[in-house]
Design a protein around this ligand. Structure first.
Ligand code: FPP
Length: 251
């Protein structure tokens, strides 16, 4: 066992969630790193550093309670407009995270994947994530998905372009374009839609995250800033999800 999970200040009590009843796919908008740092008169990047520690805690817990997919919004297509130093730091985080955490991810049978336009990431960021993807590709436990340079609208437009090209080349009939076949052109083609989507920090919007895939997701918004989000709160979000009656538009 490689001990590097950061347990300080996180409310890591033993979970009472039943493994049989957890959602298959949880997606999280990890918001509030900047405010967490500001409240402590620290630079914003310190908030992102602490946010990375929370990613470790939540990944370990998700794996322990039997979640099959955990998708984390780490960098959006809009985040490039942040100050250069902050963007550079955010681009360094996946490498830092994987340097310290990949051995435990491997030990826990976690598979790493990404969604987003990763070709446009700096070389060092892309290299770190591609190496993790390669090293974990045969793992069968939790799939940990980082949304990196991800934007839902761009994802949909890119799917439309691919479909239009195939139609133009006579490779596709109009009637073959269905909801199911369309989803095959999205980054998430191998994944189930998230049943539960969580956003931290009190903001209540999707911010271009999984806009196609979250059509029927339950949304849970919590006030906690991401660096303070812990395992007990994830369990509470799952309980909230269970308390809702999912009808998919029926009765
Ligand atoms: C939003 O908070 C957060 C981000 C844009 C970055 C999220 C990144 C992490 C949590 C670390 C990622 C870790 C890995 C391993 C890739 P914000 O900065 O918008 O916070 P604010 O709204 O309070 O300013």
């Amino acid at each position: 066992m490689i001990p590097f999970f950061n347990k300080k200040k996180k409310n890591n009590k033993e979970s009472h969630i039943h493994i049989e009843s957890v959602p298959k796919h949880i997606a999280i908008i990890m918001d509030g790193n900047g405010r967490w740092a500001k409240q402590r008169k620290m630079p914003r990047i310190k908030g992102h550093y602490e946010g990375m520690q929370t990613v470790k805690t939540i990944t370990r817990h998700a794996s322990d309670i039997g979640i099959k997919y955990l998708t984390l919004y780490a960098f959006s297509t809009e985040n490039w407009s942040r100050p250069k130093d902050e963007v550079n730091y955010l681009m360094k985080l996946p490498g830092d995270f994987l340097t310290t955490f990949l051995p435990e991810l491997i030990e826990k049978n976690v598979k790493v994947e990404t969604i987003g336009f990763i070709d446009q990431l700096p070389e060092h960021t892309r290299k770190a994530v591609l190496e993790a993807i390669e090293k974990t590709k045969d793992n069968t436990g939790l799939t940990l998905v980082f949304a990196l340079n991800y934007g839902g609208r761009k994802e949909i437009v890119s799917a439309v372009q691919l479909i239009a090209k195939r139609y133009k080349d006579n490779e596709l009939e109009l009637s073959e374009i269905t909801e199911d076949s369309f989803a095959e052109y999205l980054f998430t083609k191998e994944m189930p839609d998230p049943e539960l989507l969580i956003r931290t920090s009190g903001e209540e919007r999707l911010s271009n995250f999984l806009i196609w895939q979250s059509s029927y997701s339950e949304f849970v918004f919590v006030d906690t800033l991401w660096p303070d989000f812990g395992t007990a709160e994830l369990d509470k979000c799952i309980e909230t999800y269970h308390s809702r009656h999912r009808r998919f538009g029926g009765l």
